[in-house]
Design a protein around this ligand. Structure first.
Ligand SMILES: CCC1=C(C)/C(=C/C2=NC(=C\c3[nH]c(/C=C4\NC(=O)[C@H](C)[C@H]4CC)c(C)c3CCC(=O)O)/C(CCC(=O)O)=C2C)NC1=O
Length: 161
């Protein structure tokens, strides 16, 4: 896993150089948004289950996936879906705090699309649910932090499509 600081330092080190102006700018924009990120991280962790519940209610409840024959039908599969949404929220929050998406590649997206395809989990519906979670989260943390979280929710969606 990388973060905004290690990724800037690693790429300078590969070239055996001190940080140049562009690298310093990247660090600066990460540092000035530090308290915004930490505040958003606290709000999200205090409201995680409500965020997931509302995102599901907005996107999938009473749709084909929750009806008999749908992939969320039965308590076991419904619970697996909620759990997956909570994974996405938690790892997107880690990535937002780190300012870097690599943790999503390593711990969430690796092999996930293949798993979903083999289980018949409808990826289109799942992306709808993650997009709903992006809106719900932004409503809670505010536009600036919401935009930052949106980067990582979108990263998850494009990694699955
Ligand atoms: C931390 C990283 C991580 C992720 C992301 C993860 C996902 C994950 N979700 C799974 C299943 C599942 N995922 C869903 C999700 C959904 N079905 C729908 O229709 C909705 C669109 C959607 C919820 C939004 C469902 C229903 C299952 C169970 C499918 C089945 O067993 O038939 C499985 C198969 C094994 C299991 O059931 O636990 C994995 C590995 N596991 C991990 O360790």
């Amino acid at each position: 896993m990388q973060d905004a600081i290690t990724s800037v330092i690693n790429s300078a080190d590969v070239q055996g150089k001190y940080l140049d102006g562009a690298a310093m700018e990247k660090l600066k924009s990460y540092f000035v948004t530090g308290s915004l990120r930490v505040r958003a991280g606290s709000v999200i962790s205090a409201n995680a289950s409500a965020i997931v519940k509302e995102a599901i209610a907005k996107s999938l409840l009473y749709s084909d996936v929750t009806r008999p024959g749908g992939n969320m039908y039965t308590t076991r599969r419904y619970a697996a879906c909620i759990r997956d949404m909570d994974y996405f929220l938690r790892y997107a929050t880690y990535a937002m705090l780190a300012g870097d998406p690599s943790i999503l590649d390593e711990r969430v997206l690796n092999g996930l699309k293949e798993t979903y395809n083999s289980l018949g989990v409808p990826v289109g519906s799942l992306i709808q649910a993650v997009q709903a979670m992006k809106e719900v989260t932004a409503g809670l943390v505010g536009a600036d932090a919401g935009r930052e979280m949106g980067v990582y929710f979108d990263y998850i969606c494009s990694g699955l499509s």
